[in-house]
Ligand binder design. Structure first.
Ligand code: HPA
Length: 235
């Protein structure tokens, strides 16, 4: 048990889905998992364990942003010995090639967070697990989803002053979307010898202003969660 998590050792499966929103974690557990059991409610940052197609799977909310995410992920890896992490989230588009509802499967995640300062004078390049990445891409192709295997930026700032321009030269260097958690997840997974992947639905384009509507949000979310669950058991 930790200051942020009341689960006992063994309460989490080796594979954990990571949404930001605690109520989304609850929805995922109740909608998709067999025999879901709540394992954490400290600060209402809900965690659940159950199974998907016979395989044990957990889901733990991270809250928003890398400082919050890093607390839960560090503890999942260090205390609960989790081996596979799949973030299921949303992202903002930084390139008009990415349309609202498209999936962005993050191969790498740049960041403005100070969390990686310990790597100086190097610039660390946080990366997804190749097995998870290729399984997600294969399943996405089979299902006919519009997806982009791309770099994202995990930003510490949601309310940027200048739209896509706020991200400097990143969009000109293949960074297609902005979210707020992947870089910390990838870095910690590497540190603890675990596997990680972030799959995000693009919900708002910072260039065109296009936004997902409520109906599309629910369908997209369902498709993305099923993709993440099948990815988890495929690789
Ligand atoms: N910024 C950061 N994270 C996001 C955004 C955004 O514009 N949209 C969805 N997640």
């Amino acid at each position: 048990m930790t200051p942020h998590n009341e689960a006992k050792p063994g309460d989490y499966a080796e594979t954990v889905l990571l949404p930001g929103d605690p109520l989304r974690a609850k929805w995922i557990a109740e909608t998709f998992l067999d025999n879901p059991k709540q394992v954490n409610a400290v600060r209402n940052c809900l965690g659940f364990s159950g199974s998907w197609k016979g395989q044990p799977i957990s889901v733990q909310a991270t809250g928003m942003g890398q400082p919050s995410t890093a607390i839960y992920v560090n503890e999942l890896l260090e205390v609960y010995k989790v081996k596979k992490l799949i973030r299921v989230g949303t992202c903002g588009g930084l390139n008009t090639r990415v349309k609202v509802r498209d999936l962005v499967i993050a191969m790498t995640a740049a960041t403005d967070s100070s969390m990686n300062n310990s790597f100086a004078p190097y610039t660390y390049a946080p990366f997804a697990d190749y097995g998870l990445l290729s399984a997600a891409v294969e399943l996405s192709k089979q299902r006919g989803y519009n997806h982009h295997v791309a770099s994202v930026v995990s930003s510490d700032i949601f309310y940027v002053p200048d739209g896509a321009k706020s991200y400097g030269a990143l969009p000109d260097h293949g960074v297609l979307a902005v979210e707020m958690e992947a870089s910390a997840i990838y870095t910690l997974a590497a540190r603890f010898g675990a596997k990680a992947l972030a799959i995000c639905t693009m919900t708002d384009c910072l260039i065109t202003g296009d936004q997902i509507d409520a109906g599309q949000r629910q369908t997209s979310l369902k498709d993305m969660v099923e993709l993440a669950l099948d990815t988890a058991i495929a690789s």
